[in-house]
Structure formats: C-alpha cells, structure tokens
Design a protein around this ligand. Structure first.
Ligand SMILES: [Fe+2]
Ligand SMILES: [Fe+2]
Length: 602
C-alpha cells in the first residue's frame, strides 16, 4: 500500500520514516526532545538515537508533535554545503555561470543571496535525505535555487523576496521524501495511473514547510506551485496566470530549464526553445528574462552541427511524431461521438483534453517541422536543432497530458473513465512507426503517404453539401460575403482568425476556404500553407488587397494557394470562381481516393 498522506502532527509517514531509519543506520540521528503520543505516553526519551527498533512504536502511535520537529541529524547538510554545491554547479555548467554573472550586474550576487539562507534541523534532515536519494538529487535542488534566485533578481524582486525564492528553490522537492521510492526511480517509466503518487509532492512540501519552519508564507506557497503552468496545464491545482504567485512562476521556469542547462549541446538555446514551445505556458516576463540572457552571451556556442545522418533521423522522428499526433487527434474526435461522454464532468474533461491536444498540435506546426518542409530545409542546421528539441518537448507535453487526464478520470464513473483509456494510452505512448503504419493502413479510403494521417475520416466521404469557410478579421467583410454567397446554396462557416479557422477545419468537412491575407496573428498565407498540409483536398483561395499580391506569389508557386482574388471583389465573378473551386475540390477528392480504393480492393 502506498501512503502519500501527510499529517505531521499525528501519523508518521512511513516512507519518510524508512528514509530516516536508513540514514540513522549510518549517521547520528537522535531525538532532540522527549517524544510523546497523543495520550501523553512517552515513546522516546530526549537524546535517544533513532534506530530500526523504534520503527513500529513510531508508526503505531499517533504522536503529540510531528516526528520531523523532534529529531535531528548531526552534521547534516548546511548552508556551507549548499554554497559549495552552488559554486560547483556554476563552474561545471557554463550557461549557468552566464546566467549568474548576468544576474549579478549592479546587484547583489545570487550567491550572496543564497548564502543568507537559514534552515533548522528539520530542513537540514530533509536536504540530507534528498542528497542520499540519488546522485543528482541535491544538485537539482541547488540548481533550481540558484536559477530561481537569478530570475528573481532579473525581475527586480527585493532582497527579502529573493531570499525567499532561493529557499523555495532549495526545498521545492522535499515532498518527494514522502513518496514510495519505486515511483521516483529515474529508470521507471510511470504509468499515467501511477502519477497520482507523485503529483502530491508539491502540496506535501508546502505543508511541511508551513508546519516546520517559520518562513514567510510565500516560501511554502511557491513550493506548492512549482509544477503549475501559466496556461493552467500544470499540477496539482491547475492554477493559471496571476493565480500563481510570482515566486511560484519563477520556480516553475527554473525547475523546467534546470535539467536542460546541463545538456552538452547549446543548453541555453534548448532551454529557451523549451520555454516558448507552448505559447503562454510560462509568464512572458520570465521567458524574455531567459531569452535576453541568451542574446547577451554571444560566446555561447551556436547550434550544434548536425551531420546528414543525424538530420535524416531528426527529420524522420518529427514525421513520426506528426503522424502520432494525428492519431491522437483522431482518437479524441472519435470519443466525441461516444454518448456516455456527452455530458457532465466527462464531457468537460474531454473538451479540455481536446483543447490541450489542439494547443500541442498547433505548437508542433508552428515549429514548421511537419511534413510540409522541403528537404533543403531539413538540412538547415537551425531547423534541425529545433526539430530535435521540439520533438522531445512535444512528446513530454503529450505525456504530461496523459497523466493529467488519468488523474482526472478518478473523478468520473468507472465506465466513463474506461472510455478515456485508449486516449490516455495514445498520449502516453512512445510514437511507434509500425503501429502508426498499421493505423493508416486500416483506413481503407486514405492514401498512405505524406501527410495522409492528418486527413480526417469524414473528410474522405463525399460531402452532402458544399461547405465554404470564410476567414477575415473584418466582420463587415464576412457579412457582405455571406449575404452575397448564401443564394448559391453553400453551407457557409466563418472565422475571424487563422487559429479559429483551424479549429473549424478540425471539426468540419470544408471543401473550399477563402481567406483574407493580412490578419492579426496568423496570416492568410500561413493559414493556407497549414491547410495544404492538413487538408490537402480543401481548395484554398486568398481574397486580399492588391498590395499583397507580391507577398503571396511564392505561396501560389508552391501550391499553397489555388487563386488570389483582390478586394474589392467583383460580385458577379466571385460566385463563379467559388463554384469552379468546388468542382476542383470534388475532382481532386476523386483522384485522392482512387489509388487507395484500388489498394483496398486488392
Ligand atoms: Fe524538481
Ligand atoms: Fe517537483
């Protein structure tokens, strides 16, 4: 049985106790005061060394005071040991030295801030147990503390707040000491359902600090928030935006980049890319604090040289991930049709999950790594670098989502939770080319090359009605076009932005899309280039000012745009052009289906 509950003033957490007893077998751990149970019976006298023989007694009885506050380790981790490790880290990792140097300019150095940290017996014990938990465990805590302090300094936080951030960084993972060790083993790939054991650690850490130390409230709070994300996709509370304290936001960024900064190749570039890959995952001010450090340090080696074989492999991995995400999307779409997921909490969870998948998919497209890339681009060093980093980051986000969905399934009925399992499994799975190939082959009507996995099933059946999607940020233009085109019998959908258009395309069979070019956010050419990849049979037209003709020439040449029409439009001609576009769509669709149909019948 796994015990991840914490009641510091009564029951002893067995995993913490086991760690303490292991330590006590090698080092001097003793009671700093008499330990009583809640009925006043003395269990352990002051000065007694903690040993395995006391384990039973300490577990069976409810204690009057928490065990953590009644014991101490001789010569445990102290500020001197922390500072030694902080300096070692800065010497070992050049990017961290840059960040520290940058944060020290004209201000108190992050090292000075950290050296003011004070902690008592309980925290010294926790950090010593952390150190014993694995080679890099204490190093990770010190690194997060150092980076958090640098970020706090760059954001201009006052000295007291910086010291609080340094402490939070150092203690951020102490809650892990209350989790069964097998769930933390670095080699173990946790099943999404096992994630519930780990997810409690920020909250446990927060409670421990609040109960055991006299630190400012902000310290414990930041520890509780260190896995929250600005866009609400974090844990344990799914806090978003300013609901996460500034120190909590800082810790979240520092914790995320700490590991990346230890990489051999271009660590700062990796960290920066990881931070911005999902829009709004972290506060803009923090992402730009990291980016500005990156820009200042030209001495940071540029992106690593990728040889041809590596470039091909990265290209291949990106393509596999592209197919994988398409299958995830497809799985989510099919779940939308399940009656038992049609209402209530199950529907809410499904909607939220699909929204997050969509965000991840868009983030992937925005890297330009989908199959629309040409081979020259594939050899481009920077694109290759992005491919390698982004592929890994995107896979992590999918796995995070799997864990989150699995966790929230606990709030659903058994049958509803069961319906989510295929989606959880897909999100968590390592993209498997042979599985993806099978899934593609199982679709009798689809082509099996290029971007075919992004084609939705329903798109390949002949549409009952001609569906036109109009995209323009000007509502007046949209209403004028709707008025003009409605008599032609089209089903007309409208979108005010490229992003909204992609949403609509994901859920509707659109034969023809007519888009403005100049729009805030995604331009018409960007949108139609993505549509070309995602829904190649959708005929794509631009309706824009004459001045934009030069901008879109390349897109026309590359086949992303079928026709460029100028504003103001000729009302007599526009309908005819669109009818011709639908004819083309139906013709193209026929061609697209033909080879697959013959394969299916073979
Ligand atoms: Fe951590
Ligand atoms: Fe953590």
């Amino acid at each position: 049985m796994t015990d991840t509950t914490l009641e510091p003033t009564s029951s002893v957490n067995t995993h913490y106790l086991e760690r303490v007893i292991d330590l006590a077998e090698e080092r001097h751990v003793a009671a700093t005061e008499d330990i009583f149970d809640t009925r006043g019976m003395k269990l352990v006298a002051k000065g007694t060394r903690i040993s395995r023989s006391l384990k039973e007694k300490l577990i069976v009885h409810k204690l009057h005071k928490s065990l953590e506050s009644c014991i101490a380790l001789q010569d445990g981790v102290d500020t001197i040991a922390i500072m030694r490790e902080a300096h070692r880290i800065a010497e070992a990792f050049a990017p961290i030295a840059y960040i520290v140097e940058e944060a020290s300019k004209g201000r108190q150095s992050p090292f000075e801030v950290m050296s003011s940290i004070q902690f008592g017996n309980a925290m010294s014990m926790m950090l010593t147990l952390t150190e014993r938990g694995g080679e890099a465990a204490l190093s990770h805590s010190v690194m997060v503390s150092l980076l958090s302090t640098c970020l706090a300094s760059k954001l201009g936080l006052d000295a007291k707040s910086q010291a609080g951030v340094a402490l939070s960084g150092l203690l951020h993972d102490i809650g892990e000491l209350y989790i069964e060790p097998k769930f933390l083993h670095p080699e173990r790939r946790l099943m999404p359902s096992e994630w519930r054991h780990v997810i409690v650690h920020p909250r446990v850490g927060q409670m421990l600090i609040a109960d055991l130390e006299n630190y400012p409230v902000a310290v414990a709070q930041a520890v509780g928030e260190h896995h929250e994300r600005f866009n609400g996709a974090g844990y344990p509370a799914r806090l978003a935006g300013r609901n996460i304290s500034v120190p909590g936001q800082i810790l979240s960024v520092a914790e995320m980049i700490a590991e990346l900064l230890g990489e051999q190749d271009s660590p700062l570039e990796r960290a920066e890319l990881a931070l911005r890959i999902i829009p709004n995952e972290h506060a803009f001010s923090l992402v730009s604090a990291v980016s500005s450090t990156l820009r200042l340090h030209h001495s940071v080696p540029s992106v690593p040289k990728q040889d041809g074989a590596l470039a091909d492999e990265a290209n291949e991995r990106a393509k596999i991930l592209f197919d994988h995400i398409a299958v995830v999307v497809e799985t989510g779409d099919k779940m939308m049709e399940l009656p038992r997921l049609n209402a209530g909490k199950a529907r809410e969870l499904l909607d939220l999950t699909i929204k997050r998948i969509d965000t991840i998919q868009r983030a992937f497209y925005s890297t330009g790594l989908d199959s629309s890339r040409n081979e020259d681009a594939a050899r481009d060093q920077e694109i290759m670098f992005e491919a390698i980093v982004a592929t890994r980051e995107i896979q992590w986000r999918l796995r995070d989502l799997a864990r989150d969905v699995a966790l929230h399934c606990a709030l659903l009925g058994a049958a509803e939770a069961e319906s989510f399992q295929p989606l959880i499994a897909m999100l968590d799975a390592e993209p498997d080319p042979s599985y993806l190939a099978r899934r593609i082959a199982e679709r009798p009507q689809q082509k099996t090359s290029g971007c075919v996995t992004a084609l939705s099933d329903h798109m390949l059946s002949a549409p009952a009605q001609r569906t036109l999607l109009l995209v323009d940020d000007e509502p007046n233009v949209i209403s004028a076009l709707v008025r003009l085109l409605r008599p032609l019998g089209f089903r007309i959908l409208t979108a005010a932005s490229g992003e909204a258009a992609l949403d609509i395309l994901a859920h509707n069979d659109v034969g023809v899309i007519l888009s403005d070019h100049r729009m805030p956010g995604m331009t018409g050419v960007e949108l139609l280039s993505r549509v070309k990849t995602l829904y190649p049979a959708t005929v794509r037209l631009v309706l824009s000012g004459f001045a934009d003709v030069n901008t879109v020439t390349d897109a026309i040449r590359l086949g992303a745009i079928y026709k460029f029409l100028t504003k103001p439009w000729n009302s007599d001609e526009l309908g005819g052009i669109l009818l011709g576009a639908f004819d083309k769509h139906e013709h193209d669709l026929g061609n697209l289906l033909e080879p697959a149909a013959s394969t299916a019948s073979a």
